[in-house]
Design a protein around this ligand. Structure first.
Ligand code: 13P
Ligand code: SF4
Length: 303
């Protein structure tokens, strides 16, 4: 921590001077999560929080689609991202044309797009969803067939729980697709008391092997409320690191699949971002209006 202290102090001072707030995703490293974030959460919580920010500046410590969502929901704010290259394999897997392709293939079916998409894809969709409300949103659609983009595994996991016919785009998360059910079974054989907790971007086989599946905040809440003796968080590495100190009674197996995009955000870049007021995230006004409708429809249904 000693090496981080000067950065943490400088960032927290600059935040006050610039009237800025740091919204951070649960995958940020511990020095960001515990040291400088004003609010931490999953994608849905971050989106809702963005609507409530009163400060002039939002520094989004997460990936680009999260910063875009903040800008879409609270357009009068300056939204900064410390590294414009913080992308997402899911967001990169589909364009607005891809959404139209799916509509042409399944006429009349509504498009539910994961928030891990660009503003253009959100604008071309009927409604968004996150990992915490995907099933609820799909079930709320009137049509019997629902198109989900772009995460094929989230879509299959939802389909396994829903009465709807779910058709999907074939994107995937480069972090979660690496986990296999065979690896989890092998681990459980050696550690039978371990609770396996997986994110729904994992394959259906991995989800079937787990004791609980939920959004990043759902996972954190589950571990806090159940306090298992041993836990394996089948998601990004920083999750276990961020909560391990608060839960000394839980022994965490730390499988570590790192998200290279989330890890582009560092204390040094946050400091530079606040110092220079860069990089500013902008969304085309027409796209933003339509994307906002899709995100707000999701937030309304999630209440
Ligand atoms: P959550 O909404 O569950 O935080 O997921 C976001 C994400 O990118 C997970 O890989
Ligand atoms: Fe995208 Fe996967 Fe990284 Fe989440 S963990 S930001 S879904 S690449």
């Amino acid at each position: 921590w000693a090496i981080y202290a000067p950065y943490v102090a400088a960032i927290n001072k600059l935040k006050k001077e610039k009237n800025a707030v740091i919204l951070a995703h649960n995958y940020m490293t511990p020095e960001i999560y515990h040291g400088v974030a004003d609010f931490v959460g999953d994608s849905l919580q971050l989106a809702i929080k963005a609507t409530e920010v009163e400060e002039d500046v939002i520094v989004q410590c997460g990936v680009h689609f999260m910063a875009e969502t903040s800008k879409i929901l609270n357009p009068s704010k300056t939204v900064l991202i410390p590294d414009m290259e913080a992308g997402c394999s899911l967001a990169e897997s589909i364009t607005a044309e891809g959404v139209e392709e799916m509509r042409a293939k399944y006429p009349g079916a509504p498009v539910v797009s994961y928030v891990n998409t660009t503003a253009e894809v959100k604008a071309a969709s009927d409604i968004c969803c996150t990992s915490s409300n995907a099933l609820q949103i799909v079930n709320a659609m009137e049509s019997d067939t629902v198109i989900m983009t772009p995460d094929q595994y989230l879509a299959q996991n939802v389909a396994n729980e829903s009465h709807k016919k779910v058709v999907f785009w074939e994107g995937s998360c480069i972090v979660h697709e690496l986990y296999t059910a065979a690896d989890l079974r092998a681990y459980r054989e050696m550690h039978p008391d371990t609770k396996i907790i997986a994110h729904p971007e994992c394959t259906p086989d991995v989800v079937a092997e787990s004791d609980f599946t939920g959004s990043t905040s759902g996972i954190i809440d589950w571990v806090h409320s159940h306090k298992p003796k041993e836990a394996m968080l089948v998601t990004e590495c920083s999750m276990a690191s961020n909560i391990a100190d608060e839960l000394p009674e839980v022994e965490f197996a730390k499988p570590c699949n790192m998200c290279p995009y989330m890890k582009k955000i560092t204390l040094e870049k946050i400091l530079w971002s606040l110092h220079t007021m860069t990089e500013e995230v902008e969304v085309d006004a027409d796209v933003a209006v339509k994307a906002k409708q899709a995100v707000e429809a999701m937030i309304d249904l999630s209440k």
